[in-house]
Ligand binder design. Structure first.
Ligand code: IPM
Ligand code: MG
Length: 370
């Protein structure tokens, strides 16, 4: 059995509690199903800063680059609000994305039938929702130069961020979106702001050209990103795949997350380009929810986004499709059974903590495999 090398970076806040459920699941996959996962654990974010003054160490960066996949928990919290900007917790995550060249961020927003009532929108608007946001992750305003605050010398300062996209970056991210659309409903909606931004004009142009050259079988539409946000809360089921830049993708994916009932439900995969020799992509999997410092350490965090991120890891990094399907089914069935963590609790359901939710999903996984 080939070894499958995973680097675990639990991070801060609820990251470690959520990751602990995945660690237990990995142990079961190894012991009962001979999966051959080998894990190492590193530090990222505030916990890395506390240990060695950096948001991720050079050693852990090396481990991340050598691993078949990285599982990431969450970073940040008020404890590190005043650390220098360069070593703030988020810098560790941004460095991982940049150095591993994880340009494609896949954020599925699926509304489990059992949770349609927990969304802030009407059940009929979200029931059965299954959309995928493909967010560009290594370019745009997150990384563009200059990025600085300058002193204008007249008592004023100027804060500058630079939104910049090159043709190849738009081509490759739209290629990922079109390819994925072909495995789904075959529809892509591209979102930008070409009415005010030059990078938006180029974005629209390159997405259209890529479509025409290689993917004309896929249905392509364009929307201004603000209108796209509005349509997402008005009638989200009109979308299949949404492709958008780094900043719009950050915002729109939080909006999409809330459609599904809770931010605690959403997994994500960040993928690099396929290696020319092995065809394997570098990859990092993380829940969208963040570190939730207000509930950290209480054992009440929802581990589903973390576990579903591991399901994406099985699917995209190890081609373990059957196992990924089974794990996703286990999550859906546990929800059908009425189990809820605090964030998705509703009347008549059974509220459980992080570990009990982990236990239930693992037990269900085993039962489904039997
Ligand atoms: C996300 C987060 C990050 C981002 C932060 C933690 C840097 O909000 O993954 O959506 O802005 O990309
Ligand atoms: Mg975000």
């Amino acid at each position: 059995m080939a070894t499958r090398k995973l680097l675990l970076l639990p991070g801060d806040g609820i990251g470690p509690e959520a990751m602990a459920q995945v660690t237990r699941l990995i142990d079961v996959l190894n012991s009962d199903f001979n999966a051959g996962f080998e894990t190492q654990t590193g530090l990222v974010g505030g916990s890395a800063y506390d240990a060695h003054g950096q948001s991720i160490s050079e050693e852990d960066m090396k481990l991340a680059l050598a691993a078949d996949a990285v599982l990431f928990g969450a970073v940040g919290g008020p404890k590190w609000d005043s650390v220098p900007y360069e070593v703030r917790p988020e810098a560790g995550l941004l460095r991982l994305r940049k150095d591993m060249e994880l340009f494609a961020n896949l954020r599925p927003a699926i509304c489990y039938p059992a949770l349609a009532a927990s969304s802030s929108l009407k059940p009929e608007v979200v029931e059965g929702l299954d959309i995928l946001i493909v967010r560009e992750l290594t370019g745009g305003v997150y990384f563009g130069d200059p990025k600085e605050i300058i002193d204008l010398g007249n008592g004023q300062k100027r804060g500058i961020d630079t939104q910049v996209y090159d043709t190849f970056e738009i081509e490759r991210i739209s290629g990922v979106a079109f390819e994925l659309a072909r495995t789904r409903q075959n529809k892509v909606c591209s979102m930008e702001k070409h009415n005010v931004m030059k990078s938006g004009v180029l974005w629209k142009e390159v997405v259209s050209a890529t479509h025409k050259a290689k993917y004309s079988d896929v249905e392509l539409t364009h929307m201004l990103a603000d209108a796209g946000g509005m349509q997402l809360v008005r009638w989200p089921k009109q979308f299949d795949v949404i492709v958008t830049d780094n900043l719009f993708g950050d915002m729109l994916s939080d909006v999409a997350a809330m459609l599904t009932g809770s931010l605690g439900m959403l997994p994500s995969a960040s993928l690099g380009a396929p290696d020319g020799v092995t065809g394997k992509r570098k990859a990092l999997y993380e829940p969208v929810h963040g570190s939730a410092p207000d509930i950290a350490g209480q054992g009440v965090a929802n581990p589903i986004a973390m576990i579903a991120s591991f399901a994406m890891c099985l699917r995209y990094s190890f081609n373990m499709i059957e196992e990924a399907d089974r794990l996703e089914k286990a999550i859906a069935e546990v929800l059908n059974d009425g189990l809820r963590t605090k964030d998705i609790m509703s009347e008549g359901m059974n509220e459980v903590g992080t570990e009990a939710m982990g236990d239930a999903i693992i037990a269900k996984y085993r039962a489904l495999a039997a």
